[in-house]
Design a binder for this molecule. Structure first.
Ligand code: ZN
Length: 232
C-alpha cells in the first residue's frame, strides 16, 4: 500500500493539535506525511507581542510551523491565503459563517495541485467542528476533489472538545490509539508558542483520554484499510 498520506491543515497548528499522536504513530510505522497548510497569512498570535501585526505574525507563525515540520518529519506544502482575521472576521463571527465562494475556489486550486504532486494513499480532511469559516472552506473544497476511497475526516481540536462535529451521512468512526505518543503530541503543540499552547494542551490531552485516542471518520471501507496500514 501507499505510504504517502496528505493531511489538510487550515492553519499552521491544526495537525499538531488535532492529529499530533496519529502523525507520530504513522511516522513510527514508516509513513511519509505531507501537510498542506492554507491560511498562513494572519495577524492572530494571542501569546506573542506582535499580535495584530500581519507581517511579523505571519513570519513568526511560519517559523513555528517549519520548526514543527522539521521535528516531525513532515513534508510541508504551504499556500499563502489570508486567514479569517485578515478577511474581516473576529473571534465570534468566524465561527459558523459560510465561506465565500472565491475563498473555497482558492483552497480548491491548492488541493488539486498538491493532490497531483503527492499522489497520496489517504487524505485527512478537517470536519470543521465548531464551524470555523477557514476550516469549512477546506472541508467543502476537499469534498469536491478528494476521491471517496482516499478520504477520512478528523475532528478539529480544540473546537471538538465542546462542539460535536457534523458528520457526513453514513460514515463510520475509527479510533486511533495514541497511547505512547503523548510526549510527541505535547512537544508538537508547544512548538506553536504564539497560540496559547499552555491553555490548549490540557484540553487536547483530556479529550484524548475521554474518547480513547484521536478520532477520524470515513465513508468507504477501503479507507479503513488504508488508515490501518498507515498507523501500523
Ligand atoms: Zn485552525
Amino acid at each position: 500500500m501507499d505510504p504517502r498520506v496528505l493531511l489538510l491543515s487550515p492553519h499552521p497548528d491544526d495537525i499538531a493539535w488535532s492529529l499530533g499522536g496519529t502523525l507520530a504513530r504513522m511516522r513510527g510505522a514508516g509513513a511519509e506525511p505531507h501537510v498542506l497548510t492554507f491560511f498562513t497569512r494572519t495577524r492572530y498570535a494571542p501569546t506573542h507581542p506582535a499580535h495584530g501585526d500581519r507581517l511579523e505574525v505571519s513570519r513568526v507563525r511560519e517559523e513555528e510551523e517549519r520548526a514543527w515540520a522539521r521535528a516531525n518529519g513532515v513534508l510541508l506544502h504551504r499556500a499563502t491565503l489570508d486567514d479569517s482575521s485578515l478577511r474581516g472576521y473576529d473571534d465570534d463571527t468566524e465561527l459558523g459563517a459560510e465561506p465565500a465562494a472565491d475563498v473555497v475556489s482558492k483552497v480548491a486550486r491548492h488541493v488539486e495541485t498538491v493532490l497531483s504532486e503527492v499522489d497520496p494513499g489517504l487524505v485527512l480532511v478537517p470536519l470543521a467542528a465548531g464551524g470555523h469559516v477557514d476550516h469549512a472552506a477546506v472541508r467543502i473544497a476537499a469534498a469536491k476533489l478528494v476521491p471517496p476511497a482516499l478520504l477520512a475526516w478528523y475532528e478539529d481540536l480544540p473546537y471538538a472538545t465542546t462542539d460535536r462535529p457534523e458528520l457526513p451521512p453514513g460514515c463510520r468512526e475509527a479510533l486511533v490509539d495514541v497511547g505512547g505518543y503523548g510526549s510527541a503530541k505535547r512537544a508538537g503543540v508547544l512548538t506553536f508558542a504564539s497560540q496559547e499552547p499552555e491553555v490548549v494542551l490540557p484540553l487536547l490531552l483530556a479529550h484524548a483520554d475521554s474518547v480513547g485516542g484521536e478520532r477520524v471518520w470515513f465513508g468507504d471501507p477501503d479507507t479503513a484499510d488504508r488508515l490501518r496500514f498507515l498507523v501500523g
